[in-house]
Design a protein around this ligand. Structure first.
Ligand SMILES: Cc1cc2nc3c(=O)[nH]c(=O)nc-3n(C[C@H](O)[C@H](O)[C@H](O)COP(=O)(O)OP(=O)(O)OC[C@H]3O[C@@H](n4cnc5c(N)ncnc54)[C@H](O)[C@@H]3O)c2cc1C
Length: 405
């Protein structure tokens, strides 16, 4: 276990997450190289009464780690592929780029997301919605086994048969239950896809409305999003098996056959996110007006398919029946109110930067079950520097323990 303190040369290189507005100064940074180091970091933090935060890439860190023990896992980035079982086994620091590189030569694909630089573990624990998701579901639901160090420093291996409640909660409940030191998950036989972007000129609203009607009839093999940027509508598509043309001839297109690992489809920073059961004309009109007002990128993402048909063993990811989401990277002051009559008022953990809105990612029943698992494995809410189950949760749990002590 290598530790860095303020003043050490590497401390400054390791302390910052992706978000430029966060400039945290942790009390100590621990660079883990093995599971024992993860345990060591947890026990050190507990013995010094300090909070602990974990970071693989820093892409999903939305809270300051000031004064905390910051556990960096990026050195633990082993990736092993079992082609016969179509399983990947990865360390907690692995990125999607590393898994794609290892799986592609074997004709296999993981349920990765829009960027190869994102960490596999953080992405998967938060649900994981990628460009193969309409065909194969959330990445979280493809996890077959996880190793985790709990708040007490116990190392557990969890699967459908071992600690099943913990296994259920991990697959969509985020980093609330412990530090994951290894994940096993399914891969899929997807070698070639047709992917790329097509640009539509003309009326923004008309193009978005036509996209909505087209997307609703797509087979599960096709994933898509419509992005409004620079007064254009850009339709991103990725299809498995064969090319599916748009409803109209685009002004330009670069859609072509390629290996899945090459298909880097990009995404939009989710400063506004909500699901919509119906994308009404009012919703599309308000989103276009927001773009025209301040240049905000608008991304309409198509969900549905396998996402809406989870098996009986699926994890806690909520709102699975929602066919569309709207993402804005520069929401106007009034847009949330304008969209609220049609919006589901719901969230998806990986696209929820505001820890106070985490609860919206789950149904009431699943939130209750997640809290029960949390209070069993982490009754003191030691793991709270993450997307927790609501800002009040830590206080509620601690107050309850004090009352019963
Ligand atoms: C460019 C970009 C593209 C994205 N595209 C998508 C997408 O297509 N689909 C999608 O679903 N999401 C997407 N996301 C969101 C992304 O999945 C989340 O931000 C995720 O949390 C990133 O995980 P990370 O490990 O890279 O980040 P980190 O900041 O390192 O970790 C984020 C959080 O993950 C948890 N965590 C990480 N490692 C562990 C561990 N070992 N044990 C326990 N908890 C852990 C912790 O709660 C931690 O705070 C994208 C994000 C970015 C920045």
């Amino acid at each position: 276990m290598t530790t860095y303190l303020p003043g050490d040369a590497e401390y400054d290189l390791l302390r910052k997450p992706l978000r430029a507005d966060l400039d945290p100064h942790p009390a100590m940074i621990v660079k883990a190289e093995r599971t024992e180091d993860v345990r060591g970091a947890i026990l050190t933090a507990r013995s010094q009464n300090l909070p602990l935060a974990v970071q693989a890439t820093g892409h999903g860190t939305h809270q300051s780690t000031d004064g905390a023990v910051l556990l960096r896992t990026n050195e633990m980035a082993a990736v092993l592929i079992d082609p016969d079982r179509r399983i990947a086994k990865v360390g907690p620091g692995a990125t999607w780029g590393q898994v794609l590189k290892a799986a592609a030569p074997l004709g296999l694909a993981p349920l990765s997301g829009s960027s190869p630089t994102v960490g596999v573990t953080g992405y998967t624990l938060g649900g994981g919605m990628g460009w193969l998701a309409r065909k194969f579901g959330f990445a979280a639901d493809s996890v077959t086994k996880a190793r985790i160090v709990t708040a007490e420093g116990r190392l557990l291996t969890t699967s459908a048969d071992q600690y099943p409640d913990l296994f259920w909660a991990l697959r969509g409940g985020g980093g609330n239950f412990g530090i994951v030191t290894g994940l096993e998950f399914k891969l899929y036989p997807v070698a070639k896809v047709y992917a790329g972007t097509s640009t539509l000129t003309g009326d923004l609203f008309e193009n978005l409305a036509a996209y909505r009607d087209w997307a609703l009839n797509l087979p599960d093999e096709v994933s898509s999003a419509a992005v409004v940027r620079d007064n254009l509508v850009i339709v991103k598509t990725l299809s498995i098996g064969h090319h599916v043309p748009l409803w109209t001839e685009p002004a330009t297109t670069d859609v072509r056959e390629m290996g899945y690992a090459e298909a880097s489809m990009g995404g939009t920073a989710a400063r506004y996110f909500d699901y919509f059961a119906k994308l009404t004309d009012d919703v599309l009109g308000a989103a276009v007006a927001n773009h025209e007002e301040n240049g905000s990128t608008v991304e309409i993402r198509h969900w549905g398919g396998a996402l809406a048909n989870p098996g009986p063993d699926a994890g806690p990811v909520g709102h699975r029946d929602m066919p569309f989401s709207v993402i804005l990277d520069n929401p106007s002051a009034t847009i949330a109110d304008e969209l609220s009559p049609d919006a589901a008022g719901a969230g998806f953990l990986n696209f929820t930067g505001d820890p106070k809105k985490t609860e919206r990612a789950y149904t009431t029943a699943n939130l209750k079950r997640l809290r029960a698992v949390k209070s069993f494995y982490d009754p003191d809410n030691f793991f709270h520097l993450n997307a927790g189950f609501g800002a009040g949760d830590a206080k509620r749990v601690i107050a309850k323990r004090r009352r019963s002590a």
